[in-house]
Design a protein around this ligand. Sequence first.
Ligand SMILES: *[C@@H]1O[C@H](CO)[C@@H](O)[C@H](O)[C@H]1NC(C)=O
Ligand SMILES: *[C@@H]1O[C@H](CO)[C@@H](O)[C@H](O)[C@H]1NC(C)=O
Ligand SMILES: *[C@@H]1O[C@H](CO)[C@@H](O)[C@H](O)[C@H]1NC(C)=O
Ligand SMILES: *[C@@H]1O[C@H](CO)[C@@H](O)[C@H](O)[C@H]1NC(C)=O
Ligand SMILES: *[C@@H]1O[C@H](CO)[C@@H](O)[C@H](O)[C@H]1NC(C)=O
Ligand SMILES: *[C@@H]1O[C@H](CO)[C@@H](O)[C@H](O)[C@H]1NC(C)=O
Ligand SMILES: *[C@@H]1O[C@H](CO)[C@@H](O)[C@H](O)[C@H]1NC(C)=O
Ligand SMILES: *[C@@H]1O[C@H](CO)[C@@H](O)[C@H](O)[C@H]1NC(C)=O
Ligand SMILES: *[C@@H]1O[C@H](CO)[C@@H](O)[C@H](O)[C@H]1NC(C)=O
Ligand SMILES: *[C@@H]1O[C@H](CO)[C@@H](O)[C@H](O)[C@H]1NC(C)=O
Ligand SMILES: *[C@@H]1O[C@H](CO)[C@@H](O)[C@H](O)[C@H]1NC(C)=O
Ligand SMILES: *[C@@H]1O[C@H](CO)[C@@H](O)[C@H](O)[C@H]1NC(C)=O
Length: 803
Amino acid sequence: MLKSISTSCLVTLACCFNLLLHSYAFSGSPSDRTDRLALLAIKSQLHDPLGVTSSWNNSINLCQWTGVTCGHRHQRVTELDLRNQSIGGILSPHVGNLSFLRLIHLADNNFYGNIPQEVGRLSRLESLELANNSFSGKIPTNLSRCSNLVNFSAHGNNLVGEIPADVGYNWMRLEKLSISDNHLTGQLPASIGNLSVLKVINVEENRLSGRIPNTLSQLRNLFYLNIAGNQFSGNVPPSIYNLSSLELLYLRGNRLIGSLPIDIGLTLPKLTNFVIAENNFSGPIPNSFSNTSNLVMLDLNLNLFSGKVPINFSRLQNLSWLLLAGNNLGNGAANDLDFITPLTNCSKLIALGLYGNRFGGVLPHSIANLSTTTVQINMGRNQISGTIPSGIGNLVNLNGFGIDLNQLTGTIPHEIDLSNNFLNDSLPLEVGNLQNLVELDISRNQVSGCFIVVYARRRRFVHKSSVTSPMEQQFPIVSYAELSKATGEFSTSNMIGQGSFGFVYRGILGEGGLLVAVKVLNLTRKGAFKSFVAECEALRNIRHRNLIKIITICSSIDSHGVDFKALVYEYMQNGSLEEWLHHSNDQHDVCDLSLIQRLNIAIDIAYAIEYLHHHCQPPIIHGDLKPSNVLLDHDMVAHVGDFGLAKFLYACQVDDMETHSSSIGIKGTVGYVAPEYGMGSEASMAGDVYSFGILLLEIFIRKRPTDSMFNDGLTIHEFAMKALPQRVIEIVDPLLLLEVRTNNSKNPCGDGRGGIEECLVAVITIGVLCSMESPIDRTLEMRNVVAKLCAAREAFLSVYDLM
Ligand SMILES: *[C@@H]1O[C@H](CO)[C@@H](O)[C@H](O)[C@H]1NC(C)=O
Ligand SMILES: *[C@@H]1O[C@H](CO)[C@@H](O)[C@H](O)[C@H]1NC(C)=O
Ligand SMILES: *[C@@H]1O[C@H](CO)[C@@H](O)[C@H](O)[C@H]1NC(C)=O
Ligand SMILES: *[C@@H]1O[C@H](CO)[C@@H](O)[C@H](O)[C@H]1NC(C)=O
Ligand SMILES: *[C@@H]1O[C@H](CO)[C@@H](O)[C@H](O)[C@H]1NC(C)=O
Ligand SMILES: *[C@@H]1O[C@H](CO)[C@@H](O)[C@H](O)[C@H]1NC(C)=O
Ligand SMILES: *[C@@H]1O[C@H](CO)[C@@H](O)[C@H](O)[C@H]1NC(C)=O
Ligand SMILES: *[C@@H]1O[C@H](CO)[C@@H](O)[C@H](O)[C@H]1NC(C)=O
Ligand SMILES: *[C@@H]1O[C@H](CO)[C@@H](O)[C@H](O)[C@H]1NC(C)=O
Ligand SMILES: *[C@@H]1O[C@H](CO)[C@@H](O)[C@H](O)[C@H]1NC(C)=O
Ligand SMILES: *[C@@H]1O[C@H](CO)[C@@H](O)[C@H](O)[C@H]1NC(C)=O
Ligand SMILES: *[C@@H]1O[C@H](CO)[C@@H](O)[C@H](O)[C@H]1NC(C)=O
């Protein structure tokens, strides 16, 4: 009877029926006791800085616990919704006892560890949302037993292994499969073709390979298929192009070959986004795209398409992105660019990318009649002749117009200073109307009055973090005498820096003459011994190319019989980032780090911290990120060092609590330490994100956060934020702009990516987001940061790669 009384009644009745209530709320029936025990077991594994689960206690009915929903009738837990609550920790296997659960929503938190097999016991489960956490391990095989599952989303985690083929036999109600941005390998199981109500498949950015299974063509409700950024190869099964329900098809960045069926526009009439860039598709572009009237984005960049562009664009009223760069289109013929005139009917056009093809003929003057919404046009590296039409000034929103490396003639008055991409009011002609134009590149034509050489860097980029297997052994020990010898008795001439708790010396160790850096701890300093232990512990089991490596340690007594502790690292030839940014010495007089070098360094640092946060068990907080703790090796690869303030997160899970107890306290360095640490918050990933954000801003603005210009409440963060996005050029290190002038940045893709300014805006934006004052607003995690910085770098480098 009591179960049918609503909970608000219960409160009113509380005084009168205290005894009854007591038995209800505190022990309950056996079934809701099961739920309570399971939830408390889950809570016990969580790190909940916002106190979301503080209401999970025995003095209130579990159906009123935050994030918990019960069924009306049976008062059993049906939903567990803790999305986006900054919660960290492991998902307890006891979740499998909540047998009435229909929804688990834990997205946008910091969960780590495996998805427990026990979730497979939840036969009523319809929605399992785990996106944007750090779940690792495999997708549990037992999950396929959740035969009522409708939504499974686990994108943005660290999942490995294969997609279990079993799911294709059991998840008969599945509508959404979203597992992008993981490290999944193997094939896309053919059995997925059995899931006849599937609407969404997103496996973007994994390491899946093999063929695209032709069984996908059985999925008559599929409207979103995204397999971009994997290693799929071979031909796309022709039947896929028969899936008339498809609206968004992303095949970008695989190893796919073959040609497109000529009737694709008729078999896929609902297409809005067709993105197959960066593959090896070949053959002609089908003219049936003229019939896909909903098309918004057609991205065929970087394939091997050839022939004319036969599409009549006049009916594609929604077309915004037409990206055909880096193919073999056109025949150098007079009518190659005839498709431009119908394109003037596309009133939503944003970008037209034709760079790097074989388009010939005269530049159609109708280009001036393209929609005024157009932001980017790139026709560089073709065989286009004629003149730039004066009407181009109509395109008032254009901010990039590339037509370099063609055969244009005519005159551009010599007053235009084309060595500088930042055109100003003094521009004559209609080009002067282009208020938004930041890039105009007409170099390598026969346009008289100017001739500019475009400096192209061709460097292909291979720059990824590699994680080697953890070292199992303890460090080898070296004696005081050996270290003393190696460093010339710790002579001042060998002193290369000062760590948090002692001096650092250069040394030559042993017979092999190994160049090393030796940090000698000043044990009379408070916290020095603990920092020694912290650093040994932190670096004992981890290895990453962007973390400084301990070669050996010395724990001994010195020549006076006094305790002596030292850490010996690999030597970093190029010193610290601090020196590069702020010191003038004989090695490098001014900061001569180029934009790409700074970007690489920033990405190296981000990889290191991402590794500590998301790939170490338990996660490690660095706690003291700043330029002097970033060291550069002979290849200018950055290595993050000084783990003297490093801490293990969730230290209670580590066996030896003594060594990593929180008594080290969070000190950090003024200017870089997260504001919340000053208010007594515990070490957190968000704290490192803050320091990284400041560091990132410092690298590109080249001002210390403690610079005298930052006063009266103006921080480097605010200074950068106020400049976004229009004035970024004004606040960054002026030396970077010299590079803008000499490199004459261009944008071959014409797709809004690439270019130096875009790159700087992207980087400063990331720096600002990372250094938000309140940890709640600091929503980026290091893995997002890595991804965003890499994207900025890729966009920037794609400018040069195509050349
Ligand atoms: C979950 O159920 C199992 C098996 O019925 C039981 O052994 C375990 O104690 C339960 N866990 C909790 C937290 O009640
Ligand atoms: C239980 O949770 C309620 C609601 O959050 C809170 O007011 C109360 O103080 C908590 N009780 C205990 C013992 O933590
Ligand atoms: C998470 O919560 C924060 C703060 O409440 C909010 O700004 C952010 O947009 C949320 N993120 C997502 C993905 O919902
Ligand atoms: C996984 O499923 C198997 C049956 O397929 C079952 O025997 C096993 O107990 C399940 N494991 C867990 C942890 O629920
Ligand atoms: C599945 O997710 C979609 C949104 O992606 C949502 O609209 C729908 O309600 C979810 N279904 C269930 C059963 O949770
Ligand atoms: C996960 O992260 C992505 C990218 O940052 C964001 O768009 C999305 O809203 C986040 N949350 C979910 C539930 O997808
Ligand atoms: C599921 O798909 C596999 C492979 O495509 C097929 O062999 C099998 O018969 C299908 N099973 C069901 C139940 O549809
Ligand atoms: C596509 O569908 C049509 C009509 O349903 C059919 O005749 C044709 O064989 C299909 N093509 C492929 C490759 O499946
Ligand atoms: C395209 O083919 C070339 C030549 O075989 C090969 O080198 C390249 O890696 C291929 N690219 C892709 C994206 O498959
Ligand atoms: C495709 O479009 C062309 C004109 O662009 C039109 O003549 C033809 O009838 C259309 N075909 C279909 C099947 O709609
Ligand atoms: C393109 O299509 C439009 C109408 O859909 C038609 O008027 C025009 O003649 C076509 N152009 C060409 C070159 O076929
Ligand atoms: C070691 O630290 C103490 C206390 O901070 C200081 O007085 C002393 O000068 C330091 N010794 C050296 C060699 O730096």
